[in-house]
Design a protein. Sequence first.
Length: 287
Amino acid sequence: MKPRFFNPFTDTGFKIVFGKEKDKIILISFLNALLEGRPFYEPIVDLSYTDKEIPRDSTCDRTAINDIHCRTQSGRHIILEMQLEAHDNFEDRMICYSCRSVAEQMQRGKWDFHIESVYSICFTNFILPGDDRRLVLDRAYCDLETRQPVSDRQRYLYIQLPVFDKVSTEDCETELQRWIYSLKNMPEMREIPFAARDEAFSRLQQVGEIESLTPEERREYERDQKQLSILHSIETSRYREGMNAGRAEGRAEELRAIVLTLRKSGMIDTAIAALLQKPLEQIISIV
């Protein structure tokens, strides 16, 4: 059976879901779900898009979804992107992009140096360095002694998709979990599960249909899917090479190296145990 909905974590899908002014109810709802209950939160009731898309770092780089830039009604700048693969100095790149948005607020002449906050929000398809297994990493200026946040002028939120382990709608307890569940599983769904009760999810169901794509969007989406297949094939090949090396040597240190590599790529222990056909307790014990 052909899928009804496209993959929102492709370049084309990401822009359609989050980057269109007429469908901004989706992004507003998602941002509120992400930020509610966190420091400096104020409900987002409206936002406007700005034409500030940052080009890829190279013409052949297809691992990062182009940024979506917008501003909330209170003036906060939001940069939203999706990063498919880890790369060297990834967080430094995020800082550079954020600093660019800060620098663009500088004014000539008399100016009191007030700047609006810049929120850099990134979906990652991998676990960030440090192996912190929280779904959302929320980073801002803080006092090093008190560990309390003191400013959100530059703020970085990383949504680590491999950490998300909800397998059904009943498992989702928060609005953010409902959003992540829907976005991650869209290509396998026949209906968006929360569309009947929520206007934003209902809109997601409408714009997410493959049949609703224009011919140009369809071509772009098919190109994106081909690129994802290539990336998946590369990762699968790496896993198999590591597995074969471990079995040939038959040593604990080889298994440990494989497990650590898979964790670094973003796989959780339950998935690693299934892939390597090892007891979960054995995989968890490897550090």
